[in-house]
Design a protein around this ligand. Sequence first.
Ligand code: IMP
Length: 427
Amino acid sequence: MTKNIVIVGTQWGDEGKGKITDYLGNEADVVCRFQGGNNAGHTIVIDGNKFALHLIPSGIFHEDKINIMGNGMVINPIAFKNEVLELENKGFSTKNLFVSSRAHVTLPYHIELDKLQEEIKGDQNVGTTFKGIGPTYTDKYSRIGIRVCDFINDDIFKQKLTFVINWHNHIFKAYGKKLFDVEEVFIEMKEYQIFMKNYVCDTTKLIDDLKNDNKKILFEGAQGALLDIEQGTYPFVTSSTPTAAGVATGSGVGPNYIEKVLGIVKSYSTRVGSGKFVSEIDGDIANYIRERGHEYGTTTGRARRIGWFDTVVINHTRRVSGLTDLSIMLLDVLSGLDEIKICTHYLFKGEEINYFPALIDDLNECLPVYETLAGWQEDITACSSFDELPLNAQKYLNRIEELTGVSISLISVGPDRKQTIVKNKMW
Ligand code: IMP
C-alpha cells in the first residue's frame, strides 16, 4: 500500500495542485508543504465554493487531517494569521495545523527588498509576486535569517532583528528608501509572534512519529519545476526547490522515503512573470483558453501567459523530479478547439532538441516544433471515466503519455472534487 505521495508542479506553477492535494488528501492522514511561502495560490472548490490558500496546506479542509508547514517554507507571520483567521471564520478548524520551528519568517523589510531588487533590475526583472520570498531565502542562505523558533522567542528575535535590520538599512539608505526601525518592527510583530506560537513544533519529529505510525503522508509542492532555483529557467525562477527533491530538505524526511511523485500538469501551458516561454501563443486561441481556464493569478490577479502543451518541459520535470505519474488538469478548457498542438521539440541552431538549454540566451533562440492533433467539440465536464471522453481527447492524452513516458493517472475535467477521472489509483 502506498504510504506517501509527492505532488509537484511540472510547469511554471498554477497547474491546479491545490485541487489534487485536496482530492488525494481525502485519503491521506497528513498533508505537508515543504517549500515556498505566500507567493503560492492554491484554489480549491468545494461544493461550488471557492477557497484560495497561500500558506496553509490544502488538507486543511479535511478536519481530521494533520497539516504541516515544513522547515523549507518561508512564512509571513501577518499572512499566516490572516489566513488562519479567514479559515476559522468560514468554519474550518486549524487545530491540526503545525508550523516547523525551523522555517524562516518573512518580515516587512523582505517585501521592500523584493520591490527594490525588481526596481533596480528594470526590464530584466523577474516579475516576482512581491511577497518578499527571494530576500527571505537570501537571508536564510546568508545565515542572517530569522527562523520561527527565533521569532517566537522575544530576546533572540530582538537580537537578530537588530542585526539584520541594520544590515539591510545600508541598502535602503544607498537607494534613498525609507529605513526600518528595529523597535517598530518588533512591536508590530508582537501580536503575530503570540499568535504563531500556538502552532509551532519540531515538525521533523512529528513527521517521523507519523511515519512510524504508518500514516499516509501527502507532500504538497508549490510553484513548479521550471521555477525551481536549481532546475528552472534561472534567473526567472523562485528561490526555493519545488521539485520532489525539496521534500527531503524541506520537511526532514530522507529521500529514500519518497514513493510516488505525481506531476500536476495543465493540458496546455501558462506562465506568469518574465522569462522565455517557448510554446507561448497569443491571439484568439490564447484568449479562448485564458477565459475558459480563468487564467488570472490567484495571488496577484495578473493575466497569465498561455501556450501549448510542451513535452520538452514535462520531460525535463520527469528527469529532475522523478515523476512516476501525471495528473492532467483543465482538460475541459480545450473543448471546442478544432486543432490542438503539442510541442515535441525545440529547434535550436537548426537542430531539434528535447532538453532545456541552461543559458537563457540559448533558450531565447529556441523555436517550438509542433505536432497537430484534431480537437473535440463535446463538453466533457460530466465525464467520469477515460472511456467516456471523446475519442480525440483520449488520443491527445495517449500521445502525451507516449511523448513523456509517464502514465496519466488522474484527469481533471472541472474545478470540483467530483470532476476527477481516476485512470490509475494513486493510494
Ligand atoms: P517569487 O516567488 O515571488 O520570488 O517570484 C519569482 C517567479 O516565480 C515569478 O515569475 C513569479 O511569477 C513566479 N511564481 C511564484 N510563485 C508562483 C506561483 O505560485 N504560481 C506561478 N508563478 C509563481
